[in-house]
Design a protein around this ligand. Structure first.
Ligand code: SAH
Length: 255
């Protein structure tokens, strides 16, 4: 068996943020597998390279399909947005391996990291992830809402900066409002909240608000929400968007 399967992260959107290792894997692939929207970002490959696009919802089926292609001797690349290990296809591939054909465990499997949305979003506003932080997906397709609330509560009590992935979709428009309402009971009203849309692309849009007034309207599947810690603050600038950062030190005068 000499098939190979590489799971790559395409980064947040801009071609400059695709790593050279990911580019190389894409160029060497005989078969590309992924959600249509992500496959559309991949430039045309060598003649004969095949593309297997699918809908966003069927991640483990897509992973099984990719593994079957690799088992048949193909050089397969599965594409994810951002980083493939962050709420994306890498875990789906291992889930399929764990439950699937014993032969899949002998395949040459590699994961190529990418720039995850949280890092691109943070970089676009300053350094809001300068202290301790965590990431929570608000999608309740794969977990109960009570689990999400438990984790939001733990993150708020720990005073982590919280990156919220999957804040809203057409199928789940109300969850971000619920999450913000829940956090209002646990954190100060002047906590910095950032809505960063299309981070790492030319369409970048940033809204800086406070938790007390944060308005979830307009947030979509391309938005990352960052909830500050008690230390996250703004540096105002004349005629420009303020910088947002979280100091690394918990003492007032940072060293
Ligand atoms: N694997 C991806 C995340 C997949 S979950 C990664 O590492 O980035 C999808 C969620 O990621 C979206 O709903 C949104 O919250 C976030 N996201 C992805 N790309 C983004 C971008 N360019 N700007 C802001 N948020 C983004």
């Amino acid at each position: 068996m000499n098939g190979k399967l590489t799971v790559v992260g395409l980064g947040p959107g801009a071609p400059e943020l695709v790593t050279p290792a990911v580019r190389k894997a894409l160029e060497e692939a005989t078969d590309l597998v992924g959600y249509f929207t992500y496959l559309d970002r991949v430039p045309p490959g060598p003649a004969g390279q095949r593309r297997h696009g699918s809908d966003n919802r069927v991640e483990v089926d897509r992973a099984r399909h990719a593994l079957a292609l690799a088992e048949a001797g193909h050089t397969v690349v599965v594409v994810s947005g951002g980083d493939p290990g962050v709420f994306a296809m890498a875990a789906a591939v291992f889930e399929a391996i764990e439950e699937g054909e014993p032969a899949w465990r002998a395949l040459d499997i590699r994961i190529e990291p990418g720039v995850t949305a949280m890092l691109a979003a943070a970089a676009s506003v300053g350094a809001p992830l300068g202290g301790d932080f965590c990431a929570i997906s608000l999608s309740d397709n794969l977990k109960a809402w009570s689990t999400i609330e438990q984790r939001l509560e733990a993150a708020a009590r720990g005073d982590f900066v919280i990156a919220l992935y999957n804040p809203a979709s057409r199928a789940r428009p109300e969850q971000l409002g619920r999450a913000l309402g829940f956090l209002r009971g646990l954190k100060a009203a002047d906590t910095v909240v950032l809505f960063v849309k299309a981070a790492g692309t030319a369409d970048l849009q940033v809204r800086i608000e406070s938790l007390g007034k944060a308005d979830p309207a307009g947030v979509d599947m391309r938005t990352l929400v960052l909830i500050g810690s008690s230390r996250t603050r703004l540096i105002p600038r004349d005629g420009a968007t303020p910088w947002v950062y979280t100091p690394r030190s918990e003492r007032e005068a940072s060293a």
